[in-house]
Ligand binder design. Structure first.
Ligand code: MTE
Ligand code: MO
Length: 352
C-alpha cells in the first residue's frame, strides 16, 4: 500500500492489486478516513433510526439480521479524490492527499436494504433526504464533528443501498466500518458512511461538514474556505477510467503489448466503451470490456497496443451509457480541492 497519511489512515494499493479480479481482495481495498478509526463494541452498538419517521427505531445487529431480509450487492466505491495526483501536477493542491488511480475498489457487500429499515420506521411525507452519522470524530471540522452525509430519499429508498456488515463474504474489518457501514452504490465514496450509528430522515441535505463544506466542486479561481454551501455538492460519480497493468513507468518489450484497466460510471449509468491510444490520440483501439458484475460495479477492460522503441505515453478514455466521454486534460477539470479528476488516463511505458 502507498500510505498517504498514518493518522488518519489513508492508503491505496499498487495498480496491480486491482488488476487480477473484479472483486478487490479486502486487504487491497483502499482506506479513506477523516479521523481515528473508532473502537465500536458490536454488542452494545445500536443503530438509531429517527427524524421524520413515525416510529423511531433502535436496532442491534441481531435485530437487523432477524427483522430484515439479507441482501448482497456488488458495488464499486470511488473516492471523489481518486486520481487527484493528476490535478496536483497542474497546480498545487495544499492539504489534500495526492491519491493515485486506486482510491477505488469493488466488493460484494452483504447486509440489509436501507429501504426495508426505513419502511419499518415509516417515513413521513415531508421527508426529502436521509442522513448517516458515523462514530468517528474528525478534527478536520471546527469544532470537531462526526463524519456524516446524506443522500436524497429517492436514492435511499432504492434496493441497492445497503447497511452492510460484510464485504466479500467476510465480516467488515474495523477500518472499513465495522460493525456496520452504509453502501451507496453510484455515489462518491463519502456517502458510504462507516461505523454508522444513526440514520436520520430529514427535509434538507445534511449540514455535516463533510457534505456542506467539503466534497464540493469549487470553481478554479475560488478560495478554499469552510463556508457551508459554497460550490457544488458532489454526488453521482462521473465516468472515469485508468490503467491497472502494466505499472506506470514500466519497461516492456517493443511490439504488441497487453494493457488493462478499470472504467466506472456512477448513478445508474454503465460503461459502454473504452478507447486506448499509443499515438497521443491520433488513432484509438477499442478495448475489450469484461462483463459487469452488476450495474453498480466497474468494468475491467484490456487491449493490445503497439508499443514503439523508447518512451511512449498511452491514453485511455471511457464512455458511459449517457454518451458522456471523459474530458481530455486535467487542466480542464482542475479545482481547488482536487476532486473528480476524470481526465483521460495516461500511462508511460518504455519499449525496449
Ligand atoms: N465514513 C466515516 N464514518 N468516516 C470517514 O472518514 N470516509 C468516506 C467514506 N465513509 C469516511 C466514511 C470516504 S471519503 C470514502 S471514499 C469511503 O468511506 C472509503 O471507504 P473505505 O475506507 O472502506 O475504502
Ligand atoms: Mo472519499
Amino acid at each position: 500500500m502507498t500510505v498517504h497519511e498514518v493518522e488518519p489512515f489513508n492508503a491505496e494499493p499498487p495498480r496491480s492489486a486491482l488488476a487480477t479480479s473484479e472483486l478487490t481482495p479486502v486487504d487491497a481495498f483502499y482506506s479513506r478516513n477523516h479521523g481515528p478509526v473508532p473502537d465500536v463494541d458490536a454488542r452494545t452498538w445500536r443503530l438509531r433510526v429517527d427524524g421524520l419517521v413515525s416510529t423511531p427505531l433502535s436496532l442491534s445487529l441481531d435485530d437487523l439480521r432477524d427483522r430484515f431480509a439479507e441482501r448482497t450487492e456488488t458495488a464499486t466505491l470511488q473516492c471523489a479524490g481518486n486520481r487527484r495526483e493528476g490535478l496536483a501536477a497542474v497546480r498545487d493542491i495544499p492539504g489534500e492527499a495526492p491519491w493515485g488511480p486506486t482510491a477505488t475498489a469493488t466488493a460484494s457487500w452483504t447486509g440489509v436494504a436501507l429501504a426495508d429499515v426505513l419502511a419499518a420506521a415509516g417515513v413521513q411525507d415531508a421527508a426529502t433526504d436521509v442522513e448517516f452519522l458515523g462514530a468517528d470524530v474528525s478534527d478536520q471540522a471546527d469544532p470537531p464533528q462526526e463524519f456524516g452525509g446524506s443522500v436524497p430519499l429517492r436514492k435511499a429508498g432504492m434496493p441497492e443501498v445497503l447497511l452492510a456488515w460484510a464485504m466479500n463474504g467476510e465480516a467488515l474489518p474495523a477500518v472499513h466500518g465495522a460493525p456496520l457501514r452504509v453502501v451507496v452504490p453510484g455515489y462518491i465514496g463519502a456517502r458510504s458512511v462507516k461505523w454508522v450509528h444513526r440514520v436520520r430522515v430529514t427535509d434538507a441535505p445534511s449540514s455535516n461538514f463533510f457534505q456542506a463544506s467539503t466534497y464540493r466542486l469549487l470553481p478554479p479561481d475560488a478560495e478554499v474556505t469552510a463556508t457551508p454551501g459554497e460550490g457544488v455538492e458532489l454526488g453521482l460519480v462521473a465516468v472515469n477510467s485508468d490503467f491497472l497493468a502494466p505499472d506506470d513507468g514500466s519497461e516492456v518489450p517493443a511490439g504488441p503489448t497487453r494493457v488493462s484497466g478499470y472504467a466506472f460510471a456512477g448513478g445508474d449509468r454503465t460503461v459502454v466503451r473504452v478507447d486506448v491510444s499509443a499515438d497521443g490520440g491520433a488513432t484509438w483501439t477499442q478495448a475489450d470490456l469484461a462483463e459487469q458484475a452488476s450495474t453498480w460495479a466497474w468494468r475491467h477492460w484490456h487491449a493490445s497496443v503497439e508499443v514503439p522503441q523508447g518512451d511512449v505515453e498511452l491514453l485511455a478514455r471511457a464512455w458511459d451509457s449517457s454518451a458522456a466521454l471523459q474530458p481530455e486534460r486535467p487542466e480542464q477539470v482542475w479545482n481547488p480541492k482536487g476532486y473528480v479528476n476524470n481526465s483521460w488516463a495516461r500511462l508511460r511505458l518504455h519499449g525496449v
